[in-house]
Design a protein around this ligand. Structure first.
Ligand code: 6GU
Length: 231
């Protein structure tokens, strides 16, 4: 998979992909992530990337020209399956969307700032608009990092058994059960006995029951979905 990201703040994306699973995915050659500075595509002599909005009102709008020139330049090298704009008024990201994206070859992500990007870019170039939740970030970069992390870890070969995506919360529509490690007695707080029993059937039943209980109290909406899936 190849992921290109357009941003006016490339340094914000230096950190998130430099360690652990994201780094491994890149060194293994499974995923290539490239960050591009939108300002480099500005045709303006001051390299400006934003301007006042037509009709008045507070807040700047990101210019169409640098973004569209960047999309066109990158599209000469790569055919994108999706051109994704990160925006709080987009479709809310979930595991199902992440699964879909993980099956794609090439993704182009566009991070907005200020009041957002000129609507004409959204109308004519963007194929998908994604939000990561009902709160407002100062820009799309952190949202892009969240999306890339959630997608890349699903690509076959990125994770080992230890970090298997299959036992995650949400992958089977239930929240994950509690986990414990040594010591079995920590300052008098004991691990549930069943986990040290060696009875694998009992352990599996306990985990399933805990997952259902936790989902019922924290996310009844998810449990309803789960019950429909397993009917
Ligand atoms: Cl994708 N962008 C911004 N700026 N804020 C957000 C968001 C995206 N998703 C949730 N809040």
């Amino acid at each position: 998979m190849r992921i290109d990201i357009l941003t006016i703040l490339p340094r914000l994306l230096d950190g998130p992909f430099a360690d652990s699973i994201m780094q491994r995915a890149q060194t293994k050659g499974i995923c290539k992530i490239e960050i591009h500075n939108i300002r480099d595509f500005s045709a303006d002599k001051h390299k400006s990337v934003d301007d006042y909005q037509f009709g008045g009102g507070a807040g700047m709008v990101m210019l169409a020209q640098p973004i569209v020139d960047a999309i066109q330049a990158l599209s000469e090298q790569t055919i994108y399956d999706e051109i994704i704009y990160l925006t709080p008024d987009g479709e809310t990201l979930n595991q199902s969307i992440c699964n879909q994206f993980s099956l794609k070859q090439n993704l182009l992500l566009i991070c907005g700032h200020y009041k957002g990007i000129d609507q004409r870019v959204r109308d004519h170039y963007i194929t998908r608009e994604i939000s990561i939740g009902d709160y407002v970030l100062s820009g799309g970069e952190l949202a892009a990092a969240v999306l890339v992390d959630a997608v890349v870890r699903l690509i076959p070969g990125v994770m080992n058994d230890e970090t298997s995506a299959l036992t995650d919360s949400f992958q089977d529509a239930l929240l994950a059960p509690p986990v414990y490690t040594r010591p079995a007695d920590f300052n008098g707080y004991k691990v549930p006995e069943v986990l040290t029993s060696g009875n694998f059937k009992a352990i599996e039943d306990w985990r399933m029951n805990e997952a259902i209980q936790k989902t019922a109290t924290r996310r009844p909406d998810l449990l309803e979905q789960y019950n429909k899936l397993t009917e």
